[in-house]
Structures are given as structure tokens and as C-alpha cells.
Design a protein around this ligand. Structure first.
Ligand SMILES: [Fe+2]
Ligand SMILES: [Fe+2]
Length: 278
């Protein structure tokens, strides 16, 4: 069996990563129903207290940057949309893994989510919170490689260390597939909308993201800027080059750049020490 197929098969039966909480399929069924409301969805989620407190912690954190406090799940669904809430539920157990095994990547992800939200709002992209959420999970493929394929992961890290190649290049050589693509498979597996899955898949190749090129470009720029800022750890020794195509999509001048950086600075200092643990 070829390696890519083997990796795909193993991803379908993730062992060390907790599987989807049963509540997800229930919620998916519910949203098919036209009569369902944010309140009724919220009620179902709120039956799970641990999940609810995690969700509320996430939605009130400064990477979304809502000025008012969101106190119920239904409220969160109204303000952020069901896609965001579903993504946070689906991935919450992976965040637990990330926080305990790779705090640098967790911080990198939070920083990217904050920055992507700022840029999405400024470029008037609808549902900027969806863009933040896609950005929060853009490197989820890395988490999965580390937890599911430790033998390959060790080899990848060794290559990065020893030969100074970028992580995605080492992944390509060792696995035959990069973390962006793996993240895209997972997002498809979880039935996340293409607005999230395609930018995740192409965050290192934003020009390939078709109609979602703006969102992919925002995530790409966040990934680079957050590393250059020195916030968290994205996994590479060096900051990768910025895609010219992405910059052309989103670019900002000096004055706006300064405003954006001030906003980012504020958000990042609020995010410092944010965890989902209590
Ligand atoms: Fe990445
Ligand atoms: Fe990244």
C-alpha cells in the first residue's frame, strides 16, 4: 500500500486523538432541520458542562475580540455562527492535546487566529470569526502528524534541525504529503465548510485557494507575521518567505500597517497565558 493511502487510512481511525464527541453528529442532524434555532442548539450543547465552559472560554478570549461578554452558547451561536461553534467543538479535544504536547504551536495558532480576525474585519470579509477559526486550526495537520505518526514526526524534526529545510518540505519527503493537506482532509472528514477547509489546505500556497484566495492569503500572512513577531513557535527554524500573491490580495500601507500592529499587540498581550484549562 502506498504511503499516502496508509496515512489517509490511519487518519480515519485516529487512535491517540480523541474521536469526535457524539454531540457533533447530533448537532449536524439538528442543523438540517429548518425549525432549529440558536436557542435549541445551545440547549443541546449546554447539557455538556465541560464542553460548554471550554466553548465560552474560547469565544470570550481576545482572539475573537468581542467587546461584550458572551454568556450562553446560544448567544455565541448567534454572534459567531454555527460553523465557528461546530469547529470549536470538533477540535476542542485536539486543543487539549496541543496545549499539553506543543505549547509553542498552541501560541502560534492563537496569535494567527487573532491576527487573521483583525485583517478579515478590515477587508470586510463576511464572518471574520470564521476566518479566525480557520486560522486557529490551520496547523492542525502538524498536531496530527506528531500524535499519530510519532516515528515520522521524529524524522521530520530531525531533518528540520539538521538540514535546515522547512517543516513542510521535510513532511513532503518523509510522508509524501504536507500538514496543510492533512488539515484539509481532516476538515473534510469533519464536514467543515469549504470556506474553512480550503484555506487550511492551502495556507502555504494561498494562490491555489480559488474563490477562497482572500481567506487563504489572510491566514498565510498571519502565519508569517506571527512568526516574525516571535509569538509562539510555528515549527521552523526560519520565518518562511511571504507569498507575493497573498500580499497582493491583502496588502496594507504604512499607516494602516501601524494601526494593525497596534491592534495586534493589544490582542496578543491579552492572549498571553490563555489556556482552555482551568
Ligand atoms: Fe502551516
Ligand atoms: Fe502556521
Amino acid at each position: 500500500m502506498d504511503k499516502i493511502q496508509e496515512i489517509k487510512d490511519r487518519l480515519k481511525n485516529l487512535k491517540s486523538l480523541p474521536t469526535l464527541p457524539p454531540i457533533v453528529s447530533r448537532l449536524n442532524e439538528m442543523v438540517e432541520d429548518e425549525d432549529v434555532t440558536a436557542v435549541s442548539l445551545g440547549k443541546v450543547i449546554e447539557k455538556d458542562q465541560v464542553l460548554t465552559s471550554k466553548l465560552l472560554r474560547m469565544v470570550n478570549s481576545s482572539f475573537f475580540g468581542f467587546p461584550q461578554r458572551i454568556s450562553t452558547v446560544s448567544n455565541a451561536i448567534v454572534l459567531l455562527g454555527f460553523n465557528v461553534i461546530k469547529t470549536l467543538i470538533v477540535t476542542s479535544s485536539i486543543f487539549d492535546v496541543m496545549q499539553s504536547s506543543d505549547i509553542g504551536l498552541w501560541e502560534h495558532s492563537l496569535g494567527c487566529a487573532a491576527f487573521s480576525g483583525i485583517m478579515a474585519a478590515r477587508r470586510n470579509i463576511k464572518n471574520p470569526e470564521e476566518v479566525s477559526t480557520a486560522s486557529l486550526i490551520h496547523d492542525i495537520g502538524k498536531v496530527v502528524i506528531r500524535s499519530e505518526f510519532p516515528e515520522y514526526y521524529a524524522k521530520i524534526v530531525e531533518d528540520v534541525e539538521r538540514r535546515g529545510v522547512f517543516m513542510r518540505e521535510a513532511e513532503e519527503e518523509v510522508l509524501g504529503v504536507q500538514h496543510g493537506e492533512i488539515g484539509g482532509w481532516l476538515a473534510d472528514e469533519w464536514n467543515l465548510p469549504e470556506r474553512l477547509s480550503i484555506p487550511i489546505r492551502f495556507h502555504h500556497y494561498p494562490e491555489k485557494a480559488g474563490e477562497f484566495v482572500e481567506i487563504a492569503s489572510i491566514i498565510h500572512i498571519s502565519d508569517i507575521v506571527i512568526r516574525a513577531w516571535g509569538y509562539g513557535f510555528g515549527g521552523d527554524k526560519w520565518v518562511p518567505p511571504l507569498s507575493h500573491a497573498a500580499w497582493e490580495q491583502i496588502k496594507f500601507g504604512k499607516a494602516e500597517g501601524r494601526e494593525i500592529m497596534e491592534e495586534l499587540d493589544l490582542r496578543l498581550s491579552e492572549l498571553k497565558n490563555f489556556t482552555m484549562e482551568f
